[in-house]
Design a protein around this ligand. Sequence first.
Ligand code: ZN
Length: 88
Amino acid sequence: MDTLDTVSRLLRHRHGLAAYCPRCRRWEDLKLGPLIVRGHGDRPLSTLRLRCRDCRTVGELQVRPPLPVFAGASWMAPARAAAQSLGA
Ligand SMILES: [Zn+2]
């Protein structure tokens, strides 16, 4: 398997990329297609410097694996299921 170290490889393996601005304390999911179009597809992620569009601080990048593909998948368990597992 490819290492997931460039934007193109993330897209090929259906991973996402998000950026965190420590100053604004906000996350943004990045669109990989436009990054590739702008010539960043083959750049190592470690050299990619993306600035917050609000405050211009350099964001911290986080690679995000694809969500599971079964229906209703989410990172968070529904509240009802959690209550049932507790016997409520
Ligand atoms: Zn910011």
